[in-house]
Design a protein around this ligand. Structure first.
Ligand SMILES: [Zn+2]
Length: 289
């Protein structure tokens, strides 16, 4: 008997069992594994609105904010939406939408203002203005990086009880810092910097899949991990990256690379960005206090 006919015999005998196994498996991943952590509820620009949902059952709810699907997690039999609030959001009343069989139901919440610090710097123009070649490189790389971060894959990776701080070191609370170079406003700081010596291990904060790995003009050596449902993390300025490729599975705590000073930086540190539904949010909200 050949191997393949053996397989078909096996498959037909277990024809009913296989779908049952798949159903049990998907229920487990859809419902039972969500006992993990939750970010701090902080309804400010650059924050996360953690909104309780009235949905019961194990199928993940469909929630949208500004037309983008939002991360949902189940804890103690209750579903929550983790709505990422862009730094550019103005204070005011907002609505997310919970999709039900009877139509979209609004989820109202209020965003209050937050004054992030401002840093004014005078720097030589050659450090601010890019050459044509540098600009072309940045234009080529930006869609690749954005595409890996601003995505929604309906994939559920089990949440650990706590998020892993990606590297040991001095944490700056510089997320949202508004930088003004030579009087011109630049993009606000989109992540958290952790100062550590070159070579300090950098670990994946959560379970997920490698979404991008490369050496980019601004970010230097970089790994982006997709944790499913629009939650992604970016680790950059690394001195070395592990031998990973796009699509590789990583677990929380797996080594992605080592702290460095590659890209446009002045000294070794990890720049760590957390994105939810396309919004850069404050990574400090995900770390245990
Ligand atoms: Zn940074």
């Amino acid at each position: 008997m050949s191997l393949s006919s053996g397989f078909y015999l096996y498959a037909s005998r277990y024809r009913l069992l296989i779908p049952a196994v798949i159903i049990v498996f998907s229920l487990f991943f859809a419902g039972g594994v969500y006992a993990g952590f939750t970010p701090e509820d902080s309804r400010v620009p650059g924050g996360v609105a953690v909104i309780k949902l009235p949905q019961k059952g194990d199928a993940p709810p469909h929630v949208f904010f500004q037309k983008k699907r939002v991360f949902t997690a189940k804890q103690d039999d209750t579903w929550y939406a983790w709505v990422g609030l862009p730094l550019s959001l103005k204070a005011g009343q907002y609505q997310a939408f919970w999709r039900t069989k009877d139509g979209d139901k609004p989820l109202d919440f209020k965003v209050t203002d937050k004054k992030y610090q401002e840093q004014r710097l005078t720097v030589k123009n050659k450090h601010v203005n890019l050459s044509t070649e540098q600009l072309q490189r940045v234009w080529r790389e930006t869609p690749e990086i954005r595409g890996a971060m601003d995505t929604f894959k309906p994939v559920i990776h089990p949440l650990p009880d706590a998020l892993v701080q990606p590297t040991e070191g001095r944490i700056s609370s510089s997320f949202g810092l508004r930088r003004v170079f030579n009087g011109k406003p630049r993009k606000p700081h989109s992540g958290m910097d952790i100062a550590a010596p070159t070579g300090t291990p950098v670990l994946s904060a959560l379970n997920g899949k490698v979404a991008a790995i490369g050496d980019y003009y601004f970010n230097g050596k970089t790994v982006i991990v997709d944790h499913g449902q629009g939650l992604t993390t970016l680790y950059c300025h690394l001195s070395e990256t592990e031998a990973l490729k796009v699509g590789d599975t990583v677990s929380a705590g797996d080594k992605l690379g080592e702290v460095g000073a590659t890209g446009r930086v002045t000294g070794p540190h990890l720049h760590w960005t957390v994105t939810l539904n396309g919004a850069r949010v404050d990574p400090a909200l995900f770390l245990e206090k």
